[in-house]
Design a protein around this ligand. Sequence first.
Ligand code: NAD
Length: 387
Amino acid sequence: MIDFSFRMLTKVVYGRGMAKKIGEECKKLGAKKVFYVTDEFMVQNSPAFPVILESMKQAGLEVMVYSDIQPDPSIEVVMKASQAMKDFGADVAVALGGGSPMDCAKSVCMLQTNEGSIADYMYKRRTITNPAKPLICIPTTAGTGSEVTAGAVTTDKQSQEKIGVSDDTMMAKLAVIDPELLLSMPPSLTASTGLDALCHAIEGYTSTQSHPISDAMCLHSIRLVGENLVKSVANGRDIDARGNMALASLMAAAAFTNVGLGAVHAIAHCLGAMYHVPHGVANAVMLPHVMEFNVPATPEKFRQIAIALGQNVDGLNLRDAAYKSVEAVRQFNIDCGIPTLKAVGLTAEDIPTVVKNSITYRLMPCNPRTVSEKDLERILNSALALG
Ligand code: NAD
């Protein structure tokens, strides 16, 4: 028996056409002025963007649209957005987009009520003492699950690091999941974000902190990715597959925000900051290599992952059945067109920097197998040797 705790502080509503109700939801949170955070792609292309804006205006709310958000928001991007929200005097924020606008909005809401720069919280010079302003998240990708996690990731361009700040009060008050918003994702974005969800589910399931509730959520998420990711990549109009990927992303994130992640994310954050590779690609490229390293620590869990991904393990011993999970993920990467580590930009000369920046990752203790600097070096060298 193990002792554990589990919290899920975000209300989730799931369904098609939910965007029309955002105005009313803002009012329930006491909003008069709303800071509407998104990115320029959404403003120009998303059919949901004007629907949400209109819904807020119909509800009598004053709205400021803020779309100056780039992928992997930097300290500068977060601070500029935070100042804009302060100047406008908004009492609620709404984020529409992928992990980048959602994370930026989470940091911005926290900075409305807590002094200093986001960098102070990234580098632990300050602690969060006041609850963040209320936030509603509306994801348009299925991968990060940021709509239900406590953390927000910011890029420090100077140190070339991506660092998370996490606090329960940064969790969105409401997550609105509408599978229709995912239909516009091109295959490459569908693939990379879907593999981000798979990585969350696998790292959450095998975390040293995992427990029965997180296990159930992660294993079901792995199953959903196994059944729906390749379908979504091949046919972006498949609304059922999109809806299942949205669920997979949400469940994996709701679990990992309770039980942590591991070495894949440690390395992926470095690759993202150093080579500006999309977060999902950075995860996917490392996932099979780290899984291979982790299998001996918890083979039964990896056997379950293999089964959840549809592998036939009948007649195999535990070890061979467990390694089937690695094979399955390798095949996923091929089916989804994920590049190799070399193609991402890693060179042998950069490996010491990646090792140095990864080993201190705050969630590394959750990795099922203890990882040393030498281990990371070996994992990266052998992954690079494969091309
Ligand atoms: P993103 O938000 O960076 O968006 C990538 C691109 O996809 C953008 O150009 C965007 O305009 C476009 N896009 C978004 N939705 C689209 C749609 N429906 N159709 C077409 N294009 C669309 O991508 P992401 O992968 O969702 O987010 C990555 C960020 O999330 C990273 O910074 C990562 O570190 C962070 N993250 C946060 C958490 C968390 O718990 N807070 C977890 C994982 C990742």
